[in-house]
Design a protein around this ligand. Sequence first.
Ligand code: ZN
Length: 336
Amino acid sequence: MEFEQFCNLLPKIELHAHLNGSLSAFSLQKLGCSNEQISEYQQLADLQATEKTLNECFKLFKVAHSATKNQQSVYLATKYVIEDFFNENVAYLELRTTPREEQNMTKADYIESVIRAIKDCDKNIIVKLLLSIDRSDDLKCEENLELIIKMRQKYPNVIKGVDFSGNPYNGTFDPKLFQKARNCGLFITLHCAEIKNDEEVEEILKFRPDRIGHGTFLHPNFGGNDSIWKLYLDTNIPLECCLTSNVACGTAKSYKQHHLQEWIKNSLPFTLCTDDKGVFGTNLSKELGLAYQYFSLTPTNLWEMTQKTVSYTFASDEEKKVLTKILQDWKVKNHF
Ligand SMILES: [Zn+2]
């Protein structure tokens, strides 16, 4: 089997995908974006990660937000994103999104629309929802968490966790808030060390979230320091690694100089993710291909990474068994 074909056909697990940023230009077109918006979106999304600027990426997020301003478009957007992941053989998807309020839509309506699309999905893919708390929305964090907890009680099999995201230059991590979420049975994944902010990183690691996103400035060779790295090693928290996103946002200098190499070298837990595949013009199969190209991860390495990722998911034990079996059967069927 050709390597590209392997990456596409492997039953994959995606744990870090933001709903709006995952929309393809084609989906945005179906959601009513103008031809002008679409051609600009496509052009920017198709640029190589190293050629993009952060401002251009933000422009793309704005287009996606403008296309999902009512319940029907949020429902359809969720449906399209799930179908795109399914079409590249993602078997398990944790989709994340920040509940958004618009003129004719409350945050609860927004969540209900996403959940309806997940429940209506008739494809062979397991989908779970993580709700994000926007760190820029400091004053509303508590209120947003209350809503998440309420919705979780209504949909315990779909809403599995809470994420902390948004502009890393704004807001601060509040362990009390996330402890409250944890006490209500929610799993916690936090965007961590996207920028250099040792004090916050230390607090996040001491809180011991179930997973962290990015983890860019942790290792001393990548802007971290010895005590932060030691703390990370003690916690051994699985990393959601988003290669293209980090290169496009300029937090990693290049694919080759990406901090993932420290995780590989030290056999630390990680999984490859897309972050915002629409905005960054990627998909999970391509990210696997990049890990092969730049870090020599073989098909066997990538299969094993996926197999280990099963235990990092927020799925039920029963669902984890199903995923393990899918991967085992696939390996046997494809003789490798
Ligand atoms: Zn992210």
